[in-house]
Each structure stands twice: as structure tokens, then as C-alpha cells.
Write a protein that binds this ligand. Structure first.
Ligand code: SER
Length: 575
């Protein structure tokens, strides 16, 4: 049995030996990024560099990125879907391309990990009116020993990758490209329920997608697709799925990334235990990255995960011990630096509180059956669809599944949009403004400390393309003079056109050098530090403008209280 810890390390070592630098996993909730709720793929933190911004550390990178996909919540229950997963990733920023990438991944799978080559199937882009058929990739696979009948061509719904999905859904400015996926064949019999013929993208469970090489080479513009300045590689492979394949386990829940949690749940693998294991694991990761259950944004998805797993737990056994489950999640990842043991009690407390709240809601919602629509029971009370159906049956009421499904699908579409990056609101065409505001936030932070004193600490930040909002600790309302002074300091630094530079360093070094870092427990061991000239130094994931002159003039437009001892400022770029 190859453990997930060993596999992760083998993957990192393999690419380090080929000139790649390891980058840390970004948090599940991207900081200062209003365009997306969750980090849902390894490439997300790499977007500015894929679009052409030079990366200070070079052109080859490798990592294991924590990911959460809210759009998959209802998919969990089968042998291969999970909402939280680790994505092993490697990137070439205009460095190596298809030939090296496919040869390396093939070598990794067959030589390092021992997967039999005859069990591998691949897919390539079939081409359309905008982007041509990817025969080059098919030829490379053939030269590596993949037989013709293991190579399948699919359209953009399967073999085009962008954060928004197919080309038509991509906003202007967004990068994307054709991709090539690798599938592992478990050889299980085909289930004709899923179609007459089995093929790598069939849903019967015989094939498992274990890696995706994206040839990130296009950018969407107002007038169609244009090639990016450089040909990039964005590879992502699910650690859970790779671990399952390498150990010939046709179920990710049989891998050591789940067994401890499944054991706590009684040891049986079923749709119910898979849902509980996935949802509670994802919840622990989300809470650990600062999310708390609520009715909006990230908190809404956490609430849904917790409530669904609570119902399932109740169905499974009356003996619920969250403490044991949380500890099982922690021990699953004891070989990583994802968790801080000191947070265990806090995480358990948040889950138990939500459980108590939900118990009350459950009682109320039972009374509401027949009075509000089944969809309201799902959306407002957080009841899972299958539980609603059971309640209806129990009360002898008619459950209109068709109507429910219609509303549910609409809802799914919305969460997909939210999770993939709220793209319809327009990410890329406005991202320039967002990046400027982000750098302005660093200037504001330092200016506040200069004018008010070093007790000022960032308490929160939110940016959109229209303004920045910044919360910080300070005991009193700011006077007009103080506000004016802060504004003048920022604009002086903008006029000075200070360079903005980024360096990766161990967290301890960043803290020792005095970089501002107000959520240190949230940062990975290796952090990036942004400096603005000699004026500001802050731990941050970026992205930022390259010099302050690019920001334009800043005006503070509002000051208010944001709770006891916390002030809130709004600022806008005025030109
Ligand atoms: N971006 C691609 C994916 O998420 C490969 O990393 O599948």
C-alpha cells in the first residue's frame, strides 16, 4: 500500500528533480479576492502568472493545493466524488510544453508509481471552429506507448479547461486551453444504465480521471480567442484519486485519506458514510481556514455541509461524537502542516454549536412541511433533498420531484458560478481595478499605522472593482485631520511610484523581519512577502501592481464603526 503522504512526497520530489520549485498551498478562502469564494483548483493562485506576469521565483513550479468545490456537494456519495481534495499540480510558465509534460507524467505514473501502462486511457481535444483538433497531443501519447484505442477525442465540454468551463462561459480576459486527461481503468463491468458503450468519461465508475494537463495557451478577448504570449502548462491531479489508482482501490474512500474517518463511522463504506466523511472533513478544513457557518458566501456552503452530514449521522447512529471525527481528520493529515493542533477545540466547538442550532431548526422545519415549498426546506432550512422526500412520505404528502429538481438545478447553476469565480459578474475585465485596490490596501494599512500608531491591526478587508473596504483596530472615530493625513501619505507613496516586489520565505523569517502578518496561524510554512519600496512589507498571496504609480489617486470616502474597537474605511480610486 502506498500511503497518500508518500505519494504526495514522490510527486513533489519527481518535479523538484526536474527543476521545479515547491510553492505552498494557498488558503481555501482566497484573501482579498472578491472574484471567487473558494480555491477550487491549483491554478487559481497562478492566474496572474499564466496571464503573463513574471513570477519572481522562475518558470517551473510544483505543489499540493487544498481545494474545495461547492458545485460537487450533491455529487458526493459515489466512489470518486469529494468536495475537499488535494490537487497535485505542476506548472510551466512559458518553459517546457506538451512533449515534456506528457512524457514526465507518463514516467511518473508508470515508473515512479508503478501503474500498468495498459490500464491507462487518455483523452484529447477534438477541435471546433475556434481551436483545432489536438493531433499533436495524440501523437505524443502514441509515441509514449498509449495504443490508438486508448486515445479518445472529446469536445470542449470535456477537453477544454478554464475556471469558467466552456469557451462561451469565459469572461473577457480569462485564460484557458485544450487539455488532455488520463484515466485509470479498474476493469469493473460496464453498467448499461450509463449508455450503450463504456468510455473514459462514462459515469459507470469503471474509469477514474487521475490527471489533467491543460495547455494554457489562449485568452478570451472582446473579439474572440487570442494566443497567450507564452505556452503554459497547468497540470492538476487529485491526490485522493491517484492514491486509489496506485493501490488499485476502485474507491477513493478506501484510501488512507479517508479510512480513519470511515472507521470512526463504523467502518462500512456506503453513500451515507461517504457523505459524512467528505462533508465533515471539508468542514474541518474550511473552519481551519477561517470560515464559520452562516447564511451567506463561504459560510453558507459550510452550513450546508455540516447540516447534511448531521442528518446523515443521525440516520447512521445516535451516537455522534464530533470530537472523535475531528481528531480522525487531524490524524489523517498529521504528516502535513495543514492543521494547527491548538485549533482542535475551537473547530469542535463551532461544529457542536451548529449542530445545536440545526436541531432546533429541524424541529421547526418539520412543522413547516406542507406549508412552505420543499425547495424552501432545502434552501432556508438546509435540509438535504433526500431527507425532505422522506419527511413528505412519512406525512403522506405529495412531493413534486420535478418542480423540486427544476429549482434545484437553477440553484446548482448559481453555486457553480459562485464557486467557479462569480464569473458572470465579470472577473477578468475588472481584475485590473481589483489588483490596484489590493496594493492600495497595503499602503492604507501602513499609512494608518504611521498616522494613528502601531496598535492598528488589520481586522478584515474586502475589495471589489469599485472600492476597497478595510477594517482595523482603533478605539476612536478618526478626525477629519487624521483622515486627510492618511490620504496624503498614500497619495505621496503613489506619486513616488514605488516598486512592488515579492519574495517567498519561511513564515518564521517573514515574521522575524517584521512583515505585517495579522493572520499568521492561517499562513503556510512558506509565505510570500510583498514589499512596497521600503515603505510597506506584508505577508500576502497577491496579486499586486508592479509599481504604485499604476494605482491612480486614492480618496477615503467613508469612515464608520465596524464593532467595538474596530473602525471601517472605504476608499476609491478617483482617476
Ligand atoms: N486546472 C486544471 C484542473 O483543475 C489542471 O490543474 O483540472
Amino acid at each position: 500500500m502506498l500511503s497518500a503522504d508518500r505519494l504526495r512526497q514522490k510527486y513533489l520530489d519527481f518535479f523538484v528533480a526536474r527543476g521545479h520549485k515547491i510553492i505552498p498551498s494557498a488558503p481555501l478562502v482566497p484573501e482579498n479576492d472578491p472574484t471567487t469564494l473558494f480555491t477550487s483548483s491549483g491554478m487559481q493562485p497562478m492566474v496572474p502568472y499564466l496571464l503573463g506576469e513574471p513570477h519572481p521565483l522562475g518558470t517551473r513550479f510544483v505543489n499540493s493545493q487544498k481545494c474545495f468545490r461547492s458545485q460537487d456537494i450533491e455529487e458526493v456519495g459515489d466512489n470518486r466524488h469529494d468536495t475537499f481534495f488535494e490537487m497535485l499540480g505542476n506548472w510551466s510558465l512559458g518553459d517546457y510544453f506538451k512533449k515534456e509534460q506528457l512524457a514526465w507524467f507518463h514516467e511518473l505514473m508508470t515508473k515512479e508509481l508503478g501503474l500498468p501502462s495498459e490500464k491507462l486511457y487518455v483523452s484529447v481535444f477534438a477541435g471546433d471552429s475556434q481551436v483545432s483538433r489536438d493531433e499533436e497531443t495524440a501523437d505524443i501519447w502514441k509515441s509514449l506507448g498509449i495504443p490508438k484505442d486508448h486515445i479518445f477525442y472529446y469536445d470542449e465540454t470535456k477537453n477544454w479547461w478554464s475556471r469558467a468551463g466552456i469557451k462561451a462561459d469565459m469572461p473577457v480576459g480569462e485564460p484557458g486551453g485544450p487539455d488532455s486527461e488520463v484515466f485509470y481503468d479498474f476493469g469493473t463491468p460496464h453498467d448499461p444504465k450509463y449508455g450503450p458503450e463504456c468510455h473514459p468519461n462514462c459515469d459507470c465508475g469503471r474509469f477514474l480521471e487521475i490527471g489533467n494537463s491543460v495547455f494554457m495557451t489562449y485568452k478570451k478577448t472582446e473579439s474572440g480567442f487570442v494566443p497567450l504570449e507564452k505556452n503554459n502548462i497547468d497540470f492538476g491531479g487529485g491526490l485522493e484519486r491517484l492514491t486509489a489508482s496506485v493501490n488499485n482501490l476502485s474507491d477513493i474512500f478506501k484510501t488512507d485519506l479517508y479510512t480513519r474517518i470511515i472507521d470512526v463511522l463504523g467502518g462500512n463504506i456506503s453513500p451515507t458514510t461517504r457523505i459524512i466523511a467528505d462533508h465533515l472533513k471539508a468542514s474541518v478544513f474550511l473552519i481551519s481556514d477561517g470560515v464559520t457557518p452562516s447564511n451567506k458566501a463561504q459560510g453558507y456552503f459550510l452550513r450546508r455541509l455540516l447540516r447534511r452530514s448531521m442528518v446523515k449521522l443521525q440516520q447512521l447512529s445516535s451516537n455522534i461524537d464530533y470530537q472523535v471525527i475531528v481528531k480522525a481528520v487531524f490524524s489523517t493529515y498529521s504528516g502535513t502542516s495543514y492543521f494547527d493542533q491548538a485549533n482542535t477545540d475551537k473547530i469542535i466547538e463551532i461544529i457542536v454549536n451548529e449542530h445545536d442550532k440545526f436541531r432546533k431548526t429541524l424541529k421547526d422545519s418539520f412543522k413547516k412541511i406542507g406549508k412552505v415549498s420543499p425547495f424552501d426546506l432545502f434552501q432556508t432550512y438546509g435540509l438535504p433533498p433526500d431527507v425532505i422526500e422522506e419527511f413528505y412520505q412519512e406525512k403522506g404528502l405529495q412531493f413534486d420531484r420535478q418542480e423540486f429538481n427544476k429549482q434545484f438545478q437553477k440553484h446548482q447553476e448559481l453555486s457553480r458560478t459562485a464557486s467557479a469565480g462569480m464569473f458572470r459578474g465579470g472577473l477578468a475585465d475588472k481584475s485590473e481595478a481589483v489588483v490596484k485596490y489590493h496594493t492600495a490596501t497595503h499602503l492604507l494599512h501602513q499609512a494608518l499605522r504611521d498616522v494613528l500608531g502601531n496598535h492598528v491591526q488589520q481586522k478584515g478587508s474586502n475589495i471589489n472593482s469599485e472600492r476597497l473596504r478595510f477594517d482595523f483596530s482603533h478605539p476612536a472615530k478618526l478626525t477629519p485631520e487624521q483622515l486627510q493625513k492618511v490620504e496624503t501619505v498614500i497619495n505621496d507613496k503613489i506619486t513616488a511610484n514605488l516598486p512592488v516586489t515579492r519574495r517567498e520565505m519561511p513564515k518564521s523569517q517573514a515574521l522575524a523581519e517584521g512583515a505585517l502578518a495579522f493572520f499568521p496561524e492561517k499562513y503556510p510554512r512558506l509565505t510570500s512577502v510583498y514589499r512596497i519600496g521600503d515603505y510597506s512589507k506584508e505577508v500576502c498571496v497577491g496579486p499586486h501592481v508592479s509599481s504604485t504609480g499604476m494605482i491612480g489617486r486614492i480618496k477615503i470616502v467613508k469612515e464608520e464603526s465596524a464593532g467595538s474597537g474596530i473602525r471601517r474605511l472605504y476608499a476609491q480610486i478617483t482617476d
